[in-house]
Design a protein around this ligand. Structure first.
Ligand SMILES: *[C@@H]1O[C@H](CO)[C@@H](O)[C@H](O)[C@H]1NC(C)=O
Length: 462
């Protein structure tokens, strides 16, 4: 009882204080700039032409990479009693990864996969934006609906190489819930990532990315569309849904959380951690705990975020100069975020769900484009943009669906909690999978996207 009092009394005080604060103190009205300029020099009108694009890394860049890998310097050993990923990337396994990269990895083969679908670039707010724009066979599908698909960090559009074909031809891949619908997919590289140019000025936040992608959709001819995203993709598409609800039919997320800025949200956050089995319907959430999220996930796993949100250029300089360092930094996330238990394994469980060729393709894109620093700056801009968090606090009115993957460390909110922040029409807890859902569990993800969209499309025509 003593312990319970220790939790409940301060919680009630906190709720009361928060309630008083939100009702008595006028809250900042969420708004956002309608335009921006991240190009070099003074603002000028964008060059709106659309140019076809193919990935084609020069031989010299690949030869330089091989040379650097050959002269890698490793002078540390794993601790004798910690042959795992618990201290970070296990150096024993790193040697195998580097050997594969040097001697077995075939970039040209991966490049051909990247060039499977039509790609383009166009200038928006001064930045050259790269995107896939792929359409289904119009003879096969009666109804083709546009979808903006957004990736995250430390990923890029390569993560979609198995997911994209499912969206384009759901019947062939057996993921359709309605054989008539397929997606026209627009999948951009976030500026500063993949094959998009990096912003030249400060302030390119998630809000700016959402606005730029809205302009991109308009430029390719779509005023209204569906959204899908995980990681930054989930933050960007959620912001787009808040900023331009009139442009969005529906929002599908594979990472989602509501800020507890309503009384109900705060109640679930606090009391839901004490008696989750009484408040949350799904048994997956009967062990929900905000405290556990802080102590077991945020504290031990968010160091990278603090570094990138404060001094991205410092850590990025080293990563951009060493392929070995870059691979360790990026692939450690592909281990832990796929399943937290993999931290205990000598090889980080990296090839349980992915092949080394797949993983090294993600890394090689960062290496050859030389853009790890600009990808990391996106964290700094997230916290620096004064409009970002007030906007995040706003309720999402458009129909929203959530695919929750059980090993996604950061994504633990029950439907009841999430529904305090968005118009939640469906949440499914998937049987397996982690953070990189499109890359790891494309079939589960695609099936849920199609069932969500089929439901909304049926309603449209009633
Ligand atoms: C949720 O979405 C539905 C369907 O578009 C809409 O009718 C309803 O008004 C929305 N609810 C809220 C609270 O915005």
């Amino acid at each position: 009882m003593g312990l319970l009092k220790l939790i409940i009394v301060p919680s009630l005080v906190a709720i009361a204080a928060y309630f008083a604060y939100t009702t008595l103190v006028p809250q900042q009205k969420a708004d956002f700039p309608r335009d921006g300029w991240f190009g070099t020099g003074a603002k000028r009108p964008d060059d709106t032409k659309i140019t076809p694009f193919k990935v084609a890394v020069p031989d010299a860049v690949l030869e330089d990479l091989k040379k650097r890998l050959a002269s890698s310097r490793i002078s540390h050993e794993v601790l004798e009693d910690a042959n795992s990923f618990e201290y970070g990337f296990n150096v024993n396994y790193l040697k195998q990864v580097i050997d594969h990269w040097q001697n077995k990895f075939d970039w040209r083969k991966q490049e051909a996969i990247l060039n499977t679908w039509p790609q383009f670039t166009t200038e928006i707010e001064g930045v050259k934006v790269h995107y896939y724009h792929a359409k289904p066979d119009a003879k096969k599908y009666k109804k083709v609906v546009p979808l903006l698909l957004v990736h995250g960090w430390p990923g890029n559009v390569f993560e979609f190489y198995k997911f994209l074909p499912m969206l384009l031809d759901p019947v062939a891949h057996k993921v359709a819930s309605n054989a008539d619908i397929a997606f026209e997919v627009i999948a951009p590289s976030i500026p500063g990532y993949g094959f998009s140019e990096a912003p030249k000025k400060t302030g390119f936040s998630q809000l700016a990315a959402a606005r730029v992608f809205k302009k991109l959709m308009e430029r390719v001819g779509h005023k209204k569309y569906y959204l899908q995203g995980g990681d930054w993709g989930s933050i960007i598409t959620s912001q787009l849904a808040r900023m331009y609800p009139e442009s969005v039919y529906g929002l599908h997320l594979n990472m989602a959380s509501a800020t507890p800025n309503t009384l109900k949200g705060l109640f679930y956050t606090v009391v839901g951690s004490i008696i989750p089995h009484h408040l949350f319907k799904h048994k997956h959430h009967h062990s929900y705990s905000t405290l556990k999220l802080f102590t077991e996930v945020l504290l031990p796993e968010s160091g990278y975020m603090h570094i990138q949100a404060t001094k991205p250029d410092t850590v990025g300089t080293g990563l951009n100069d060493s392929p070995l360092g870059l691979a360790a930094y990026i692939l450690e996330k592909f281990s832990t975020w796929t399943n937290g238990e993999y931290r205990k394994l000598p090889d980080g469980g990296l090839t349980k769900k992915f092949t080394l060729d797949e993983l090294l393709t993600v890394v090689t894109i960062y290496w050859t484009q030389g853009n790890i620093v600009s990808s990391q700056r996106f964290y700094k801009e997230c916290f620096a943009d004064p409009h970002n968090f007030p906007m995040t606090n706003q309720y999402i009115t458009v129909p929203t669906a959530h695919a929750q993957f059980p090993h996604e460390l950061f994504d633990t909110q029950p439907a009841e909690m999430l529904a305090t922040g968005c118009n939640l029409t469906s949440q499914v807890v998937m049987p397996d999978g982690g953070h990189f859902a499109a890359f790891e569990q494309p079939t589960h993800l695609a099936k849920h996207v199609f069932s969500f969209v089929a439901g909304l499309e049926r309603k449209k025509h009633k």
